[in-house]
Ligand binder design. Structure first.
Ligand SMILES: Nc1ncnc2c1ncn2[C@@H]1O[C@H](COP(=O)(O)OP(=O)(O)OP(=O)(O)O)[C@@H](O)[C@H]1O
Length: 388
């Protein structure tokens, strides 16, 4: 085996490839799982790497500084968001950043990507990296149920009966006009994700999690993400009305009973939710802390969708600088079908240069490899090719 590897290394002229192979082999030598198949597959990838060698994604800039930064990877279903997000998280951790990678996608694939059980809604440590790396799969439906339960207790009928008992039935009826119960029971699409993200933000605010300097989100497919982004204003509006109501209530309460309205009342809870929603909006829109990376594949359909996604993100003031083109085929092939496919991909990539939404973005390219990208060594390998 060593002789074979030595031969391959001697015959590689590109130092990047050498570096890549060497680091990959270092990892492989320390990995006991699936050793042989991974090495065999790795050798065949050497040929594929050359195709994307010109891609420089500006990883130096991404890794710079100790302040916390958020990276959100989004795009059409199945383009490789999870693989790209997980490989970025591994690379950050290997460059000294305590990192957290979070999935809020109902169809989680982080566990598959890391080849590790990450279900359960808690932070799970990922082994095999140089700095702490933790993964978290948040179940948006479960978070939504918790929110609904809280809503039922505090926001829906609870508010109404509390006010009725205070002789404020008329105000309660006005509150009813806001259809709060309906909002809690049949919330607009995307609410589940915002609740999930708000849960992550709560985690991150605590001292225990202050060590994380890079947070990578594997977001849900395009449509959900867009709906999610338009949600804060909606919630903000509804909750804003409730808060005004609360202020009115406060003075009525005082004049009726001669004392301040009790703290920790239902509307306080809603006010807190509003604050969290505002924080999430800031998280998405702050260019100093956040970057949304669009992931696509070289097909005209995926690229058109990415273009629309960028237009919507821009409209929502979400900072976007990079476009990942994943699963690029090698430049040439003897197989007729593959040659046709390669030409097709090249034509699709050309459309990026002529697309007013995408042309200005930095292109980060990853080859299509002939293996599933699973486990830390494979993710590290992918990261070496993509994030540089
Ligand atoms: N560059 C690549 N080369 C080969 N296989 C890849 C590549 N990128 C991703 N894959 C494979 O494609 C499949 C889908 O990848 P992944 O789960 O990362 O996509 P996704 O966009 O997150 O999907 P979903 O939208 O369903 O969550 C996985 O089996 C993964 O190993």
């Amino acid at each position: 085996m060593a002789a074979l590897l030595g031969h391959i290394l001697k015959n590689q002229k590109n130092s990047f490839l050498l570096r890549n192979i060497t680091t990959t082999l270092d990892t492989i030598s320390s990995s006991s799982l699936h050793q042989t198949p991974f090495i065999v597959q790795t050798l065949s990838q050497v040929r594929l790497v050359g195709n994307v060698a010109e891609s420089v994604c500006g990883f130096d800039e991404m890794v710079e500084g100790k302040d916390r930064k958020y990276y959100m990877l989004g795009g059409k279903g199945g383009v490789g968001k999870t693989s790209c997000a997980a490989s970025l998280a591994v690379k950050f951790a290997n460059h000294g950043h305590p990192t957290m990678v979070v999935s809020t996608d109902p169809a989680h694939s982080l566990s598959d990507s890391f080849a590790q059980d990450l279900t359960g809604g808690n932070l799970v440590p990922v082994e095999g990296v140089n700095s702490p790396l933790y993964a978290l799969e948040i179940n948006p439906e479960k978070s939504m149920d918790e929110f609904r339960a809280a809503g039922q207790k505090y926001g829906g009928g609870g508010v109404k009966s509390l006010m009725e008992s205070m002789g404020l039935g008329a105000v309660a009826n006005q509150l009813g006009d806001l259809k709060l119960e309906e909002l809690l029971n049949t919330p607009p699409p995307g609410t589940d994700e915002i609740i999930a993200i708000s849960k992550v933000m709560q985690f991150l605010e605590s001292q225990e999690y202050s060590m994380f300097s890079r947070i990578v989100f594997d977001t849900a497919p395009t449509g959900h993400t867009l709906r999610l982004l338009s949600l804060p204003d909606f919630l903000d509006g509804s909750i804003g009305k409730l808060i005004k109501m609360k202020m009115k209530l406060g003075s009525i309460f005082k004049s009726l009973l001669g004392k301040e309205q009790p703290q920790n009342d239902p509307l306080d809870k809603l006010e807190k939710l509003k604050e969290r929603v505002a924080k999430i909006q800031d998280l998405f829109q702050n260019p100093d802390t956040t970057e949304f990376i669009i992931v696509t594949i070289p097909t005209v359909m995926a690229i058109s969708e990415s273009s629309r996604l960028h237009a919507s993100l821009k409209k929502q003031s979400v900072p976007v600088k990079r476009l990942v083109i994943n699963q690029i085929l090698p430049p040439t092939s003897d197989c007729k079908f593959c040659s046709m496919k390669i030409k097709d991909q090249q034509r699709a990539i050309e459309t990026i240069h002529n697309d007013s939404e995408l042309a200005g973005l930095r292109l980060c390219k990853a080859p299509l490899v002939d293996m599933e990208i699973r486990g830390v060594p494979a993710l590290k390998f992918m990261g070496e090719m993509l994030w540089r």
